[in-house]
Design a protein around this ligand. Structure first.
Ligand code: FAD
Length: 326
């Protein structure tokens, strides 16, 4: 029996959220006195797979079928189920990403397992239980759930676990083939369009996000967001009303009805911090809020806050960020 971690790739490298899931999975394996294996699909460099040893993974199973370069839920589920069967895995770990949540739920049905998403703690296994804590109600509350079925599936909330580094350790990489048929690709997307920001950074994967709200008064002032983002190497985002008003394109809207982001740093300028906005940003590691109203709700979720007029504060931040770059 082992723990199986599904890792996602981007541009040949393993996504940071999957490195977190791998670190989590190997800690669970240690707790259970077993080992952690990873399964990777699609286009990932073999050196990146071997480096998963640094997160405590001992073996990586890799299906390099060309048709898996783009995400197709049924085909991914079949590959992961094959890996789980081969490894007799009883605990499956994913990142709580769009892909992780989609395959996690389908696998729960296929393997007759129980699924906990948005998980923020290692399991408590006292007395034969398997209790994990998960964020609920857009991160406003937490629930402890006991996974009682034989197969347990966990989607780990982004930025909830540090990426562990076990200096220089490597994992063995083995090919895996799930004998995929054309029928497994029946629901394949015809074309996937990745909408990046002006600086070429994909918003859901960005390490730093600079985001603007209605407090910026109009699209003519967006140079403040763009210049700060450029100075920090960040992606740009906005609140829902901003995209509804056509100040910014819809693919920049973050929140409950928009994109979910989980960067290391989220800078919110002139955004009130409504619960629907927070739902899309509350797994950011550090949140900085700039708002002229000291009572703005966003300050309650902020790690750092600047009470001030964005039109005074942001130019100073841009200057300071540019000076850092020199
Ligand atoms: C079903 C539903 C789903 C929703 N989904 C989303 C979603 O996904 N994402 C989302 O963002 N919203 C969503 N909303 C809308 C959400 O409830 C808020 O209305 C919205 O987030 C507010 O946007 P805002 O903060 O930009 O604007 P406002 O609420 O107008 O806030 C502007 C802020 O700017 C500050 N400000 C004004 N001038 C300045 C200045 N010069 N300098 C600094 N600060 C200044 C003000 O103090 C204020 O706090 C949803 C609502 C519903 C009902």
């Amino acid at each position: 029996m082992s723990v199986l971690v599904f890792v996602e790739g981007l541009n040949g490298e393993i996504k940071k959220s999957s490195l977190e899931a791998a670190s989590y999975g190997s800690q669970v394996a240690q707790q259970l006195g077993t080992t952690a294996t990873a399964v990777a699909i699609g286009e990932v460099h073999e050196e990146a797979l071997a480096k998963l040893g640094e997160q405590g993974i001992t073996k990586v199973l890799y299906d390099a079928d060309d048709r898996l370069k783009q995400f197709v839920a049924d085909a991914y589920v079949k590959v992961i189920a094959k890996a789980a069967q081969q490894e007799s895995a009883k605990v499956l770990v994913f990142s709580n990403s769009n892909i992780g949540a989609a395959v996690g739920s389908k696998l729960a049905v296929r393997l007759n397992g129980s699924l906990a998403t948005n998980v923020t703690t290692l399991p408590n296994t006292d007395g034969g239980s398997f209790i994990v804590t998960r964020g609920v109600f857009s991160g406003k509350a937490f629930a402890d759930v006991n996974l009682t079925s034989d197969v347990k599936i966990i989607a780990v909330k982004k930025n909830s676990f540090e990426v562990s580094e076990n200096g220089g350790a490597t994992a063995t990489v083995e090919k895996l083939s799930a004998d995929l048929a054309d029928a497994d690709f029946a629901a394949a997307p015809k074309e996937t369009v990745m909408q990046d920001t002006d600086g070429g950074i994909l918003l859901p994967e960005a390490e730093i996000v600079v985001s603007g709200g209605r407090g910026l008064k109009g699209p003519e002032n967006w140079h403040l967001v763009e210049d700060l983002a450029k100075a920090l190497g960040a992606a740009t985002a906005c609140s829902k009303p901003v995209s509804d008003l056509d100040w910014r394109p819809h693919h920049e809207h973050v929140g409950q009805t928009g994109i979910t982001v989980s960067p290391n740093l989220y800078i919110a300028i002139g955004i009130s911090g409504a619960i629907q906005h927070l739902a899309g940003v509350n797994s950011s590691k550090v949140i900085v809020v700039i708002n002229k109203d000291p009572e703005a709700p966003f300050f309650k979720a902020a790690d750092y806050g600047i009470v001030g007029d964005a039109f005074d504060v942001v130019p100073k931040l841009i200057e300071a960020a540019r000076a850092l770059d020199k």
